[in-house]
Design a protein around this ligand. Structure first.
Ligand code: DX5
Ligand code: ZN
Length: 220
């Protein structure tokens, strides 16, 4: 399968969010990544359900909602009603992860589990068969524009092995500090989807930037 790109709207100008969604619509991105933060799980607050609902009315790509909130299981219905296709919840934020993943599926969405940089891939052993995606954070979540943590490359390899051994169909998504310099090693290690915020929306031509990133993963 070819590499997928998921532009993160966190790096867009929120006063011109519609234009940013339009850019993603016209690009060869596969998903739109939306970062929800509660000021508790991460030290920042971003956007909530009314904003996701507005985006979903104009978006032509599936919405990948990354929940950086305490106890995200409380919001499965709200995320679905806002128009999300995929809900990513942090391993570190769920006491009953198995139940949360099941409820995301029952709500009709794809389910992803997200790991902070310090959480080992091995913690996924008993959930990997139940998720559609694993999102590995390559920065500490909460802010765009941070420096990529190089240890993520080895982590992608370990996750790739775990997925192969378990027979899971889970896709590997990476989030944080992704650009044309950090992407090649991630792709080589087995990443399927790359989230990119600053790289895309701070570029002079975001559509071109998305295309260039995607090209790195052609015919691998
Ligand atoms: C960070 C968010 C990311 C963020 C990535 O907590 O989860 O999705 O937008 O931004 P860049 O690509 O600028 O590192
Ligand atoms: Zn994110």
């Amino acid at each position: 399968m070819n590499l997928q790109v998921a532009p993160s709207l966190l790096a867009a100008d929120f006063a011109r969010l519609g234009e940013a969604v339009e850019i993603v619509n016209r690009s060869d991105a596969s998903l739109i990544h939306i970062d929800v933060m509660d000021g508790m799980f991460v030290p920042n607050i971003s956007v909530g359900f009314p904003v996701i609902a507005s985006i979903s009315r104009v978006a032509e790509k599936p919405l990948d909602v990354h929940m950086m909130v305490v106890d995200p299981g409380r919001f499965v219905g709200a995320v679905r009603d806002a128009g999300a296709h995929l809900m990513n919840v942090h391993y570190e934020a769920c006491t009953h992860l198995n139940r949360v993943i099941a409820s995301i599926h029952e709500a009709g969405m794809k389910a992803g589990v997200t790991l902070n940089p310090a959480t080992p891939v091995g913690m996924l052993e008993d959930i990997i068969g139940d998720v559609d995606m694993v999102l590995l954070m390559s920065v500490n979540p909460g802010f765009g524009g941070q420096k990529f943590i190089p240890g993520t490359i080895a982590k992608v390899r370990r996750l790739h092995e775990l997925i192969a051994l378990s027979g899971s169909q889970a896709l590997i998504e990476i989030d944080g500090g992704v650009d044309l310099n950090t992407a090649p090693a991630l792709i080589e290690a087995g990443a399927d989807i790359l989230v990119a915020g600053s790289y895309v929306f701070k570029a002079p031509d975001p559509i071109r930037a998305i295309h260039d990133l995607r090209l790195l993963g052609e015919n691998r």
